[in-house]
Design a binder for this molecule. Sequence first.
Ligand SMILES: CC(C)(COP(=O)(O)OP(=O)(O)OC[C@H]1O[C@@H](n2cnc3c(N)ncnc32)[C@H](O)[C@@H]1OP(=O)(O)O)[C@@H](O)C(=O)NCCC(=O)NCCS
Length: 187
Amino acid sequence: MTLPTLETERFFIRPLQESDLDLMLEMDTDPEIMKHVGGAMTEEEVRSRLPNYLHRDEEKIHGQWCIVSKTDGERHGLVLVKPMPVEEPNGRLFDTIEASGIEIGYRLRKTSWGKGIATEASEPFLALQFDEVGLDRLIACIDPENNGSQNVLKKLGMRYIGETPAYGLILPTFEITAAEWRAARNS
Ligand SMILES: CC(C)(COP(=O)(O)OP(=O)(O)OC[C@H]1O[C@@H](n2cnc3c(N)ncnc32)[C@H](O)[C@@H]1OP(=O)(O)O)[C@@H](O)C(=O)NCCC(=O)NCCS
């Protein structure tokens, strides 16, 4: 079994692959994109993290996916679903790190901001995790000043549960349970 490719109205969301390194280099060395995500990395750091980006758990459907426009094949950024690291990963594989839950996250190129892409691309992962994998809750952490991300999480139906340890910090955390997601879907 390989990680699935998901589909929304505007996008195919396929597993991240080695040839997406250019996209990761573009996003992760950009101080504006990385302002609330631990700061820009050097090109060398991004290259050395490629195994982390490509790391997958096919049974639990954890990994990172690339958001691709159906119309022209443009790549907009990534969505990830994986164990939330408690410590700063610092190049280690994320599955070796003590986790506090399963996180959903996203990061887009600047030209793709403000078009509803993060919300649309994240939604199918809730359905996948709750309906097919059988997960009972998803969490997400944000920098307290990341209003854009906070709005995406609220649009996904996630609710603030306080501050929890994540990535070596204590960060505002949002949660949605499978029951809440089902209730919202059926309302
Ligand atoms: C945060 C980020 C993913 C948002 O993606 P996006 O596709 O622009 O978000 P959406 O268009 O789905 O926006 C969802 C809602 O948030 C609002 N929003 C988006 N960016 C915003 C911002 N910077 N400030 C305030 N609100 C914002 C939108 O207006 C929208 O609300 P609306 O539908 O009521 O208008 C994107 O800006 C990004 O990649 N930032 C850099 C990386 C990052 O911070 N990732 C998140 C780490 S937790």
